[in-house]
Design a protein around this ligand. Structure first.
Ligand code: ADP
Ligand code: ASP
Ligand code: MG
Length: 421
């Protein structure tokens, strides 16, 4: 694929393609890894492509910054947290640009706001409203490699925002969409997307191709190899995505709309999310509007509710259980309590009360695995104590449409599967 482009001297050159390459924390963790990234980027550039690079903070930098903040103030404002956390990506962008410079290639690094990332004002979990890629385009026209900080943008007050943990994937896909890039490559520390987390399940198999919808299920249920918002965005804007390793050079996983061999399909993958809290509201009035009220209250406070289960009404009352991110559980409890939904009990598989909702109690509730069906009719069941064994059993069996829930975690086997496992 070639496209005409006005080169530095004003002459028309033929650029093969525009490629966005994103490198995660492990891929840029030290000088050696940065030099390796510089090799990958400059080889792509040498082939005649335009290259825009998105980087995460080095190694555990973001976690270290969070720990540093806690040493100073146990309740820092979200604005100052974003001011702090966005610095991690600035370091890697500048260092990578220096590595590329040293190799003799034209390069410029840009912060999120310079790269045109306009976001909502929600510090710590900002949404990308718009990407204005004009500065990047100017730099590409000069045949420069452009290195952009992932995970960050600027809000309408001109303040730095961050996109939520793992958000650099979303930065990369947003840029690929705004630039109408030919390909968005997500370089990471594994060879691609696997049927289960390869670091936990050694028998997991690499998937060569996966649909956006299947990838979204895996990402939403905890396969952190891709930030779930990046998959949603890739689907919406038809971004060609490839997940691959910055270490091995092996072909990765292609995420795309239609995948061949649908008829031979089996299980596409298993994901596990440790950061889920289940809240159960029991004894609610069984009348229309009750569920609406609960979920509107949470939606207004931007708490995402995922899996929802409603019991059949009995004695004019019903129960509703739902999952939220573990970090949102206390906030959800407060919101509902403030609206006189004061009791947030946890329940066992007979829907018997076993405690009140605090993070600790939710952990306790893992002693009471559930068996039920969710709204889509998928089977919910309790995970046995050894969830690794459970995950591998599912990853290597050909089962579909089973959702396992227990131990404060959930496991999902997506339906409509494309891959022989
Ligand atoms: P990066 O720092 O490159 O963004 P992440 O740590 O966010 O990398 O994501 C990569 C990790 O995702 C892998 O090291 C792996 O442990 C984990 N992972 C979880 N589920 C999967 C899966 N189904 N396929 C591949 N990796 C997975
Ligand atoms: N550095 C951020 C994080 O650790 C963003 C990212 O890596 O995608 O969450
Ligand atoms: Mg990541």
């Amino acid at each position: 694929m070639t496209r005409p482009l006005l080169g530095a001297g004003g002459r028309e050159e033929c650029v093969m393609a525009l490629i966005v390459q994103k490198f995660g924390g492990t891929s840029v963790k030290d000088a050696e890894r940065l030099n390796n990234v510089a090799d990958i980027v400059t080889s792509t550039y040498k082939e005649g492509n335009d290259v825009v690079v998105v980087v995460s903070a080095q190694g555990d930098t973001t976690d270290d910054l969070i720990a540093k903040a806690a040493e100073i103030n146990d309740r820092p404002s979200k604005r100052e947290m974003d001011m702090l956390l966005s610095s991690g990506e600035q370091i890697s962008a500048a260092l990578l640009a220096m590595a590329i410079e040293r190799m003799g290639y034209p390069v410029v690094s840009l912060l999120g706001w310079q790269a045109g990332f306009d976001t909502s004002s929600d510090y710590g979990n900002a949404r990308i409203k718009r990407v204005d890629p004009s500065r990047i385009k100017q730099e590409l026209d000069k045949r420069r490699i452009v290195v952009v900080t992932g995970f960050q943008g600027v809000n309408r007050y001109g303040d730095m925002t961050t996109l939520g943990r793992g958000g650099s994937d979303t930065s990369a896909v947003a840029l690929a969409a705004a630039l109408n890039a030919d390909l968005c490559q997500i370089y990471t520390d594994v060879d691609g997307v696997y049927t289960a987390d390869p670091n936990k399940v050694p028998t997991a198999k690499k998937i060569d191709q996966i649909t956006y919808d299947e990838m979204l299920e895996l990402a939403t249920l905890g396969a952190k190899v891709l930030h779930n918002r990046s998959v949603e965005m890739a689907k919406r804007y038809h971004v060609n995505l490839e997940v691959l390793s910055s270490f091995t050079g092996h072909p990765g996983t292609i995420v795309k709309e239609v995948v061949k061999n649908m008829e031979k399909s089996h299980v596409s993958g298993v994901a596990k999310d440790k950061d889920v809290a289940r809240l159960a509201l029991v004894g609610l009035q069984d009348r229309p509007g009750v569920a609406f009220k609960i979920f509107s209250l949470l939606a207004n406070e931007k708490i995402n509710v995922d899996i929802i289960l409603q019991s059949i009404g009995r004695d004019e009352s019903k129960d509703i259980s739902f999952t939220v991110a573990r970090g949102d559980a206390e906030e959800a409890k407060k919101i509902l309590a403030a609206h006189r939904i004061e009791k947030l009990p946890i329940v066992n598989d007979q829907f018997e009360l076993c405690g009140l909702i605090t993070i600790k109690d939710i952990e306790k509730s893992t002693k009471y695995p559930n068996s039920a069906k969710d709204q889509k009719g998928r089977l919910l069941c309790g995970a046995p104590q050894d969830d690794h064994e459970f995950t591998s059993a599912f990853a290597s069996d050909m089962m579909s449409d089973v959702l396992a829930y227990g131990q404060g975690q959930s496991l999902l086997l997506t339906g409509l599967l494309n891959q022989q496992v």
